[in-house]
Ligand binder design. Structure first.
Ligand SMILES: [Zn+2]
Length: 168
């Protein structure tokens, strides 16, 4: 089920609502521009509630698979991003001092807030700056066992590869 893009966090917190669902790839433009491809909808689960001081809070998780580039071999690489978060809604920047230490501030200037943007922010924070294949899956490894080198030479002497060289 698709998550609503605009939500009323105060009302959801008063009702203690749990929202679970997906955000479509086209609603994640900043994530899309940060990676080669977003491989499917973002899945999220967000619990809204009032804490003991009646502050509006939301906590949950978000996950999405993206394709990026391995910085060792420059080949495509799929990674699963997962973010866990706990935010406290504030309605103006002056309220930032009221945010408890275990929450991040979520500045909501109108009655309605963008859930997509919150989830996208959280998943962008989970995106590593550089990504690598696991050792063994990566063609850019500096260390190649001798057996594999011998195999590669055998392949390059085959008639098929000579044909390929001629084509170039
Ligand atoms: Zn690699």
């Amino acid at each position: 089920m698709a998550l609503p893009s605009l939500i009323d966090p105060r009302k959801l917190a008063l009702q203690g609502n749990l929202l679970e669902g997906m955000v479509d790839v086209e609603d994640l433009p900043r994530l899309a521009s940060a990676v080669s491809a977003v491989c499917g909808p973002l899945q999220a689960s967000v619990q809204f509630e009032l804490d003991e001081s009646r502050a509006t809070i939301a906590h949950g998780n978000a996950q999405v698979t993206v394709e990026t580039i391995c910085q060792r071999c420059l080949d495509p690489l799929q990674i699963d991003l997962r973010a866990e978060f706990a935010v406290q809604v504030i309605w103006s920047e002056e309220q930032i001092n009221r945010v408890a230490a275990n929450y991040e501030p979520w500045l909501v200037l109108d009655k309605m807030a963008s859930l997509n943007e919150l989830l996208e922010d959280e998943i962008l924070l989970a995106l590593p700056l550089v990504n690598y294949h696991d050792v063994g899956d990566c063609t850019g490894d500096t260390f190649v066992p001798e057996g594999e080198v011998a195999q590669e030479q055998a392949v390059s002497d085959s008639p098929f590869s000579i044909l390929q060289q001629l084509k170039r």
